[in-house]
Design a binder for this molecule. Structure first.
Ligand SMILES: C[S@@+](CC[C@H](N)C(=O)[O-])C[C@H]1O[C@@H](n2cnc3c(N)ncnc32)[C@H](O)[C@@H]1O
Length: 221
């Protein structure tokens, strides 16, 4: 089952109207510090679900990895390639559309249409603002779906946010530690690597009366 038409349209509208406050103008600091925890030395295949136009993609390629991003909004993928000065070759890849340059491939479409039989297995998955972009019922499908893409010994770095969900609707949605554990405990080793209070600098949260926003980084596998 794919994303609901309402959620799909909401994401496409965000990109059309440039309401993309989640985009970072730098490489994600959690990734910079912890990438070696998930990636094999000497290079591997990395999946970046719900990738937007993240600068993390080119950073991973520059470190010698083969990177596959998945993104619903073609506008995001156009902006990504324009920003990097890349001219991709475009073709169908299963149910998604592939934008491919040397070591970077972006699959345009719904993550729930992504098939491990088409992509092959990955050494690592980098999830920043992907799980937390989805509603609870979609998260419960997304977490096991992602594990289907990890090869033996594969690892996932997962960045979540926790806050009082009763005070604000997502996205981003609050995903507390208990929910993360419910997906991965007893399936793969799970370790919390970092946590950071990110309440300051997020006016949308404080304007909603939220007094604490916790960002947590998890290593799965
Ligand atoms: C919160 S943004 C995060 C983007 C990126 N990870 C970053 O750190 O900047 C979530 C992105 O996922 C895309 N998206 C949402 N649902 C999706 C789905 N089911 N399949 C693929 N992409 C999706 C949206 O268009 C949006 O660009």
């Amino acid at each position: 089952m794919t994303l609901s038409p309402a959620d799909r349209d909401a994401w496409l509208a965000r990109w059309r109207e440039a309401r993309t406050g989640f985009h970072l103008d730098r490489v994600n600091p959690f990734l910079e510090v912890n990438a070696d925890r998930m990636l094999p030395p000497g290079g591997g295949r990395v999946l970046v679900p719900l990738c937007g136009k993240s600068l993390d993609l080119a950073w991973l390629v520059a470190r010698g990895h083969d990177v596959v991003g998945v993104e619903l909004a073609e506008a995001a993928v156009e902006q990504l390639h324009a920003g990097l000065g890349l001219t991709p070759s475009i073709s169908d890849r299963g149910a998604l559309r592939s934008w491919k340059t040397d070591r970077l491939e972006i699959l345009v479409g719904d993550i729930f249409d992504l098939d491990p039989a088409v992509t092959g297995a990955f050494h690592a998955i980098w999830d920043r603002a992907a799980l937390i972009a989805l509603r609870a019922d979609d998260r419960a499908r997304y977490a096991p779906h992602m594990l289907d893409f990890l090869g033996p010994g594969g690892r996932m770095l997962l960045c979540t946010l926790g806050y009082d969900q009763s005070k604000m609707d997502g996205p981003p949605f609050s995903v507390p530690a208990s929910e993360v554990r419910s997906y991965f405990d007893n399936v793969l080793p799970l370790e919390k690597l970092e946590e950071k209070d990110v309440t300051d600098g997020n006016p949308r949260f404080s304007e909603s009366g939220i007094s604490e926003v916790l960002e947590e980084l998890w290593l799965v596998g």
